[in-house]
Each structure stands twice: as structure tokens, then as C-alpha cells.
Design a protein around this ligand. Sequence first.
Ligand code: DC
Length: 216
Amino acid sequence: MTGAFVIAVDGPAASGKGTIAQRLGAAYGLPVLDTGLLYRAAGVLTKRAGESLDNPDACAAAAATITFDQLSDPALRTREAGELASRVAVHPRVRDALLAFQQTFAGQEGGSVLDGRDIGTVICPDAPAKLYVTARPEIRAERRWKQLAATGEAASLAEVLADIRRRDARDGGRRAAPMRPARDATLLDTSEMTIEQAADAARRIVEAARARWEAS
Ligand code: DC
């Protein structure tokens, strides 16, 4: 048993990974970092500064200023912020600028839970527990559409599905830290699961990983 008990939860947009990460954090008493918020903040700050999202230096400069307090800004939860995030996330310089923030969080004594796209592959390749959470695009679109409606953001289901497909293609197709399961991650397809079932399944995967980690 070496290092902190880090749980890496990766997967595409609206797969359920955020809720699963929160549930795991509550179950194990661990702090949770939604790393998507860092990329969302980088995108929103770049835009607010009037800079181009295609300018890696401007995006990286914005990313370098992010503080923990900024991550609770509701403006980061919008559809637009998700799209801006996916666009700035293609720049290796942005990813480098956010690396120390994420690794410092992950290294906290006692452990941590991080959810994102590259936690198990790049940020915490030695994490003792790794999950890759997926669901069919149509199911993810419906979930995201309901979330957006609850926050008062009007968008059609077809638009949300198009967003999801575009982001999947960009996040999975980029050269820098593309979204993909780590070789040692356990896949969890939540398409046919309720949130409770998905959280229970995730818990069982993490229990098994924790037992292996404690015995090592
Ligand atoms: O998880 P999310 O939908 O909030 O993420 C927004 C975007 O940020 C996502 O489309 C890609 C990027 N991202 C990333 O590249 N790496 C991460 N670890 C987390 C998010």
C-alpha cells in the first residue's frame, strides 16, 4: 500500500461520472475535484478577456490564474461553457497549466476523488482505483437535456445530442491526452442503470480496488 487512495473517474460528457464521483467521495469521506470545471473556467476566462480560444498562449495564461473559489461560479455549468472547455482543452499548454492544480489536489493525505477525461491516463496514472464511466450518446443527451432544463437553459434534445457528439469527437480525437480508458480502468456502462444502480456498481468496483491496494 503506497501513496494516497486516489479514485480516478473518467468518461464522456453526461455519462454519470460526476454524480458517481460525488457519491464515492461521500461514501469514503474523500474530497472530490470535478476537473471539467477547470477547463470550463479556462474557456470562460479566455472569452471574457476577449482572447481567441484558438490562441494557446492566451488560453494557458487564463488557465494559470484559476483559483479554487472560482470553480463554484454557476456560469461554468452552461452549455456554452462546456463547448468552450472542450475547445481550450485541445491545447497542450492549457493542460500543462492545469496539471499541478490537479496533482496537488490528488496528493492530499487520506486520498481524493477526481473526475475528468485523463485522470487515470495522465494526471494520476498510479491511482489505485480507476473507473471509466460510459453510456450511449442518446441516453447522455437526454440526461444533459433534463439537467439544462432544470437550470432554466432552453435547448432542444437534438441540439444537446449534437453537442455531445461534437465534444466526444473533439475530446477523443485530440492529440494531447485524448479521452480514453486507462488500460487498468474498469469500464462501467450506465446506459441501463438508475443513478442508484450506477453508484452501487461504482462502489463495488472501488471496494475491490481498495482491497487490492490495502493488500499490496
Ligand atoms: O466534464 P465536463 O463536461 O465538465 O468537461 C468539459 C470539457 O473539458 C470536456 O469536453 C473536455 C475537457 N476536459 C478535459 O479535457 N480533461 C478533463 N480532465 C476534464 C475535462
